[in-house]
Design a protein around this ligand. Structure first.
Ligand SMILES: O=P(O)(O)OC[C@@H](O)[C@@H](O)c1c[nH]c2ccccc12
Length: 254
């Protein structure tokens, strides 16, 4: 599946026209995760659909979701901008940046430098770089380029092997352990446990994907996660903000 997504992305990048630079206030993604509002940082994701689960939210409104997340006191918002597989768009991110005062992560499959410039222009505060789809050379190049352009970077990794490899050339300030295998789409939050002890002490650890319940949250916190990245659980709750509160055990049964 990952190969299919990357192939499609190559075609999209070949046609990519850079938008105008938008002048929006910048918020530090890193700082927000360094001083989370709750016991654990939360990056709340908006995604309309995913290749594994299909449509997650029918009446998908980035305006409403962004406002609801902000009201629920999330630390950061992640916006899926991939159109073909996740039904997102860069316009969703632009909308969220215009309406909220929360750092925003652009979540996409970045395989080309042009997408980094595009992320800057649409006003993203941070980008995702997926180690599994980039060589070490590219990962380092993109990491430095993004940082130079004022973006924070969440470096995502799924396997221990890939983690060891990338740590030889790069020490990311923020490392995301994706509990989902992007080839098979299976999630297992024990992935966080497996990788956590090998994450450098000075990197922030974000546990990503498959975190559905308060129990899951406590489990990844025990493994040493500093923050979580959650999408599906929030998209499927009665409202995204209620989902945030439920995950943190701040609600009884709503
Ligand atoms: O909806 P979930 O299981 O809570 O997962 C959120 C996020 O981690 C997931 O959307 C994700 C993690 N890495 C990605 C890379 C590309 C697309 C999507 C993702």
């Amino acid at each position: 599946m990952l190969t299919k997504i990357v192939e499609k992305k190559k075609h999209e990048v070949a046609r990519l026209e850079l938008p105008q630079l938008r002048n929006v206030p910048k918020y530090s993604f890193y700082e927000a995760l360094m001083s989370p509002k709750r016991s654990l940082g939360v990056i709340a994701e908006m995604k309309k659909a995913s290749p594994s689960k299909g449509v997650l939210k029918e009446n998908f409104s980035p305006i409403d979701i962004g406002a609801d997340y902000e009201k629920a006191g999330v630390d950061c918002i992640s916006v899926l901008t991939d159109q073909s597989f996740f039904k997102g768009s860069t316009l969703d991110l632009i909308t969220v940046k215009e309406l909220t005062q929360v750092p925003v992560l652009r979540k996409d499959f970045i395989i080309d430098r042009l997408q980094i410039e595009e992320s800057v222009r649409i006003g993203a505060d941070a980008i995702l770089l997926i180690a599994e789809i980039l060589t070490d050379d590219k990962l380092l190049l993109f990491y430095n380029e993004a940082t130079d352009k004022g973006l924070d970077v969440l470096v995502e990794v799924h396997s221990l092997e890939r983690l060891f490899q990338l740590l030889q050339t790069l020490s990311p300030k923020i490392i995301g352990v994706n509990n989902r295998n992007l080839q098979t789409f299976e999630t297992n939050i024990k992935t966080t446990k497996q990788l956590a002890e090998h994450i450098p002490d000075n990197s922030l650890l974000v546990s990503e994907s498959g975190i559905l319940t308060h129990e899951d949250l406590k489990e990844v916190a025990e493994y040493g996660a500093n923050a979580v990245l959650v999408g599906e659980a929030f998209m499927k709750d009665i409202s995204p903000g209620v989902g945030v509160k439920r995950l943190f055990g701040e609600l009884e049964h709503v």
